[in-house]
Design a protein. Structure first.
Length: 147
């Protein structure tokens, strides 16, 4: 199964405003869905161990492959997983999928690089050890977690 390696799943609500004239979700919305998945991931994994007013991440790079269209009534989810931790950055993989007959169908796949930042000094920082530990503990856990 394509999604067995993902432990974090975020349900995504398709809004009417996400639909373009052709009746499918506009391509720009997929980036917003990926962002929702990222934020949900960090909120669930880091919990109170991150103060978003002082430190966090900035998006340095994102790429997204569009596979299948999404539509207004689709039941969709964003699967998220950290695939690499560096000194100052992490790489996160997302998959946006729709659920049909209890099966997930991948509609988009993306990778993003996030740089750890001190928002107060506006400078990149070394990834705090606690963040690295929380990420590794979550990704190495046995049981999948959902939002």
């Amino acid at each position: 199964m394509l999604f067995k390696d993902y432990k974090h799943i975020t349900p995504i609500q398709v809004r009417f405003s996400d639909i373009d004239r052709l009746g499918h979700v506009n391509n720009a919305c997929y980036l917003s869905y990926s962002e929702l998945g990222r934020i949900s991931y960090f909120n669930d994994v880091y919990k109170e161990n991150i103060n978003w007013d002082e430190k966090g991440f900035v998006l340095a790079r994102i790429e997204l492959d569009y596979i299948l269209p999404l539509f207004l009534r689709d039941e969709i989810y964003c699967f998220s997983k950290v695939i690499k931790t560096g000194t100052k950055s992490i790489t996160l993989k997302n998959s946006i999928a729709k659920k049909i007959n209890n099966e997930f169908i991948e509609c988009a796949a993306g990778i993003c690089v996030l740089v750890a930042m001190d928002y107060l000094t506006d400078k990149s920082i070394v990834l705090p050890q606690k963040w690295v530990e929380l990420t590794l503990n979550f990704e190495e856990a046995e049981k999948p977690r959902t939002n």
